[in-house]
Design a protein around this ligand. Structure first.
Ligand code: GLN
Length: 199
């Protein structure tokens, strides 16, 4: 079984662990480079991207993660995790950095101005069996994507799910609904990477 880590610096780590376990993979928390080197894929959870950025630097994970993602480590980010995987933030807090991996520009708290939190049915390309219930909590949206980034879902005219090769990101939190299909999609991407490429 593939081993998928959850970056456990801050955020809803436990919910992602449960969703991964439901997707028939071995889930493991990652707080340092030793653990990072044992996983076939990594989830960056929802939470607060400025805090995740600060703690990743503090724990010495910023550069190693950038390198691993650039080398092709499969990663999936939800909400704050999506922000961490963006090459560029439109409105970063001072000092806020990202791991990158997706050639796109994100706007933080984009949906949050009208609605602190809401749920909406979202059709996600690659996820069969009908729309997923997307939970949006002070969620970002993707302003624009580069040519290599595929748009998997939109909500209200805004991009809310994207993929480039082994990198997946959603504005919403599928880990909060008990529906493991998005994690299943990511688990499939990790299995594909194990079959076709070096870790
Ligand atoms: N607004 C948060 C941020 O900028 C993301 C919120 C979330 O992950 N639910 O990091």
């Amino acid at each position: 079984r593939p081993v998928i880590g959850v970056l456990a610096l801050q955020g809803d780590v436990r919910e992602h662990m449960a969703a991964l376990t439901a997707s028939d993979v071995e889930a493991r928390t990652v707080r340092g480079t030793v653990e990072l080197d044992t996983v076939d894929g990594l989830v960056v959870p929802g939470g607060e991207s400025t805090t995740i950025s600060r703690l990743a630097t503090l724990f010495g994970l910023m550069e190693p993660l950038r390198e691993r993602i650039a080398e092709g480590l499969p990663v999936y980010g939800s909400c704050a995790g999506l922000i961490m995987l963006a090459d560029k933030i439109l409105d970063p807090r001072s000092g806020q950095e990202t791991f990158g991996g997706l050639d796109m520009i994100v706007r933080r708290n984009a949906f949050g101005r009208q609605n602190e939190s809401f749920e909406a049915a979202v059709d996600v390309k690659g996820v069969a069996g009908g729309p997923v219930a997307g939970v949006f909590i002070r969620a970002p949206w993707v302003e624009s994507v580069g040519a290599e980034v595929e748009i998997l879902a939109e909500h209200g005219g805004h991009i809310v799910a994207v993929r480039r090769g082994p990198v997946l990101a959603t504005s919403f939190h599928p880990e909060l609904t008990g529906d493991p299909r998005v994690h299943g999609l990511f688990a499939g991407m990790v299995r594909e990477r194990i079959r076709t490429g070096p870790r």
